[in-house]
Design a protein around this ligand. Structure first.
Ligand code: CS2
Ligand code: MG
Length: 402
């Protein structure tokens, strides 16, 4: 079998997505997600201007060789744009392989270790009361794990809480909006949020929280300690994670489990965190960390150190990425949890898929390949519109982490 062509489809059914479609001489094609929220066209160009020309003519079954060809062959290694482009090719090749062999991709990754993947939802509210109501609503929808984010008294806006009642998932069209942040106000508020959640909803429900990179290690240690009585499933992205050493300080002070990695694009971003067991869940995802080939290796490395997966799955990852993630999720032994934010109706219509949600779990389906399609005609009706993630500043104007 030979690759005969490949094309990049950029569309915006409510938000921007970049999809790679690789065609072969046997009429079988594969899809890969190449979406990098806020920098979509960089990946589209990296694929069409740099990678696709040397993809033509290759054997799509050679996932390992092709991965290294584009990783080492670029000379300039790693980075979100590069690794998202490689990820899209890798996902599409696994899709082709599964279709050609007439098996769902999970059967090429070791087969099912479980029927379904437990997922967590995003609940948010402008204040504690509204957040409790939202968590209760998702609990009633059958979710076993729910992330809770609430507005912070004294701050006009904050990560994870929409201004209106829509699901929260920037990127905003037009230039980046700017928000103001106060760590002090945040640290005073979050323990009260989880105290109220546990008091009202009990101990059983898995509760998660995303700090979104905004504390220093000692502040994260304080928050982790204060949240210990509430037994969170995890505290996510407590600090900006370039300094892997910084997590040693957090670990010394708290047993609250830590999840990191949605912004990582290579196992080297997490190697020390995993080897020193400074984290409990690795959040790297198939679309930004080099695809299924790379994620399987990262998961196997993490398994050596008691670290489980907890892959990113916000709505800026397309249904193609969700499909690929679920095949990996049901196959690997050290699966922890999968993030799940339901896509909007236009996205669901543009990307028909075999995966499904039921009673807190997601199932990849048994279609050969990844089990996801793109309706190209419909995609054309949703043209790309440049959009950005917000920018965050401290109240004194200092540029901070968003
Ligand atoms: C968040 C995301 O899902 C998460 O855990 O961190 O909402 C993240 O902010 C977006 O995916 C960024 O594009
Ligand atoms: Mg996050």
């Amino acid at each position: 079998m030979k690759i005969t062509s490949a094309k990049v489809i950029v569309c915006s059914p409510g938000r921007n997505f970049v999809t790679l479609k690789i065609e072969t001489d046997e009429g079988i094609y594969g899809l890969g997600d190449a979406t990098l929220n806020g920098r979509e066209l960089s990946v589209a160009s990296y694929l069409q201007d740099h990678l696709i020309p040397s993809l033509i003519g290759r054997d799509p079954f050679q996932t390992e060789d092709i991965w290294h060809y584009f990783y080492r062959g670029a000379y300039w290694r790693r980075g979100p744009v590069t690794m998202t482009a490689i990820a899209a090719i890798d996902m599409a090749l696994w899709d082709i392989k599964g279709k050609a062999l007439k098996v769902p991709v999970y059967n090429l990754l070791g087969g099912k270790s479980r029927e379904g993947a437990v997922v967590y939802a995003h609940a948010n509210g402008v204040d504690i009361e509204q957040t409790i109501d939202e968590v209760a609503r998702y609990k009633d929808l059958g979710y076993l794990a729910i992330r809770a984010q609430s507005g912070i008294p004294g701050l006009k806006s904050t990560y994870g809480v929409p201004k209106d009642n829509k699901p929260y998932e920037p990127a905003e069209r037009g230039l980046p909006s700017e928000s103001l942040w106060s760590t002090e106000k945040y640290l005073r508020h979050v323990p009260k949020l989880f105290d109220a959640l546990r008091t009202r909803l009990g101990e059983e429900l898995h509760l998660l929280h995303d700090v979104h990179h905004r504390l220093t290690p000692i502040q994260a240690a304080r928050l982790g300690k204060e949240l210990e009585p509430h037994h969170l499933f995890w505290m996510e992205d407590p600090v900006a994670a370039e300094l892997q050493d910084g997590f040693r300080l957090i670990r010394q002070h708290t047993t609250t489990p830590i999840a990191v990695g949605e912004v990582f694009n290579s196992i080297y971003d997490a190697e020390q965190l995993i080897r020193e067991q400074l984290i409990d869940y690795i959040r790297m995802t198939v679309v930004h960390a080099g695809g299924i080939t790379a994620m399987k290796k990262a998961a196997d490395f993490a398994a050596l150190y008691h670290v489980q997966t907890g892959s990113h799955g916000a709505t800026d990852l397309s249904p193609v990425a969700m499909a690929a993630a679920l095949h990996l999720d049901v196959a690997i032994n050290n699966f922890g949890i999968q993030e799940h934010m339901a896509h909007n109706a236009e996205t669901e219509e543009t990307f028909p898929h075999a995966y499904s949600f039921s009673e807190g779990m997601m199932y990849p389906g048994d279609t050969p390949g990844l089990g996801v399609e793109i309706d190209e005609k419909l995609a054309e009706r949703f043209p790309y519109q440049r959009a950005y993630l917000p920018v965050n500043r401290k109240e004194d104007g200092t540029l901070f982490h968003w």
